[in-house]
Design a protein around this ligand. Sequence first.
Ligand SMILES: Cc1cc2nc3c(=O)[nH]c(=O)nc-3n(C[C@H](O)[C@H](O)[C@H](O)COP(=O)(O)O)c2cc1C
Length: 428
Amino acid sequence: MNNCSGRDYHDATRHSWLSVRRSPNRLDWDNQPLSMKFYPERYPRTRLDKKYPAHAFLYHIGGITAKKSYPGVEYYLRTNPSAGALYPNELYFQARGVVGFDDGIYHFEVGSSSAVLLHPLQKGEGLEPFLNIRHPMRGLLFFISSPYYRSAWKYRTRSYRYCLLDAGHLLGAIETGSYLYDHAYRVAYDLDLEKLNHFFGFGREEFFLSAAIVAVPERSSEVTVPNIRLTQADPTGIFEPDPAIERAYLETMPLHRCRKEPRFPMFSFQKEAWEETILKRRSMREFSSRPITKGQFEAIMESIGRPVPSDCDEPLKIYAVLNRVEGMPVGICENGQMVRFGDFSEKAGYLCLEQRLGSESAVTFFFLSDGCNYRALYQKAGIIGHRIYLVSGYLGLGCSGIGAYYDDEVAEFLQETRMVLYAMAVGV
Ligand SMILES: Cc1cc2nc3c(=O)[nH]c(=O)nc-3n(C[C@H](O)[C@H](O)[C@H](O)COP(=O)(O)O)c2cc1C
């Protein structure tokens, strides 16, 4: 029996030339959900202070780095990108033996740049059992959730894809921060999601997607989950359930035949410049149609090829449409090999829902997968996408994630039957 998950949901949320014209997204601006979650004031807060490396690490993962104002709206942009700047994810963590935090379970309150203490850890308590770990882990355990209506408000049922991609970008930000602070990290998808959602007091409005372990085992007795249920704080203000998303979540909760990836990626970026890249990362809105160099393209490809340590590694197939790379022909490159020659720049832009980003870029990437575990493979696409953002920025190039593309036409163009997960444009 095929236990693979997500394919039905994926097929049901494909964009086509006709579908985006038949049901254009009309937005109800008066009823937009909140993009930040705040717990009540009675909870103790620790304002992040960059003199503590753990505080700076947290800020680097998802802190506010810019503000944009338009008539009637203000956007706060963060270190992590997000489809439509809707940020349909929240970050929680457990700190144990970490300088700057008392041992406890926290919510990262992006809006106030604080960590909110939801529960101080008592002796023998911890969230490790949710990760199938019996012993205490010294360091940080991150848990990423999704109050999905923030994105569903705009992107409707397709938004579960963006919740997963954006969660992947947060995991990618944990990876980039781990590199900066010399921490080992690994991603965990094999969580007791049902119990974790219950422990945090979530209803149907928010659910956990993944975790990241930036911690080392402590040699002491076993820990158990605190015998309490946390009180939920409303993450969106306004909420309309989407049964198709909730079904997709339920279906993609169990994992099947996971392959572990124990290898850790080795990078060699200059740390100061890497930190500056994290803090200055932005999405490119328009490219100049100038080329990038072969060396820059190869540096990006090299970073993509490095492993992502996790308990459920899924294969991604990444095609690069080369529009203008000095020293390389135009055409389609797969895994470092040219598989087709020709100028496909206009086609690449068309495939990205006619966005110029896709045609004026130097390279437009398409990520595909035929993996079995949808929740894991989609978040991996976000992690790799985050690497592309960061490495491009580090090389002085611009980049943008592209979640909107004509699914079937991309697959047809690439002569593929795999699911199309994500597109990205890199250029100058
Ligand atoms: C999953 C994902 C999909 C995105 N899709 C698009 C897209 O189709 N078109 C676009 O112009 N930008 C896209 N973006 C970029 C976002 O609009 C951008 O991240 C957001 O506005 C925040 O701005 P910043 O990245 O500069 O911080 C996407 C970003 C992500 C993470």
